[in-house]
Design a protein around this ligand. Structure first.
Ligand SMILES: [Zn+2]
Length: 85
């Protein structure tokens, strides 16, 4: 029941997962390879075995801030633009 309450009070930010932000490098035309630097606040179910081994499950992204998106080929974010489709 506790889990259900938490789910109700904190709307999932998972909407973005359906259509992730796409990027394009105007310098080289790259659409598929980027180094993304981001800060995430997540909530997850930590499931330990009695032996102390940890499995992290049901990770939810509560908040995410994209700090930098650099083109993998050019090595810079100077020409990278978000693509809306
Ligand atoms: Zn590039």
């Amino acid at each position: 029941m506790f889990v259900a309450q938490v789910a109700l009070c904190c709307p999932p930010v998972a909407d973005d997962d359906a259509s992730p932000q796409r990027y394009r490098c105007d310098s080289c035309g790259n659409l598929t390879r980027f180094d993304v630097t981001s800060t995430r606040r997540t909530k997850a179910f930590h499931h330990y075995t009695v032996g102390g081994e940890l499995d992290i499950e049901e990770e939810q992204v509560l908040d995410e801030v994209i700090e930098d998106v650099a083109c993998r080929w050019c090595g810079t974010s100077a020409s990278v633009r978000p693509v809306s489709d």
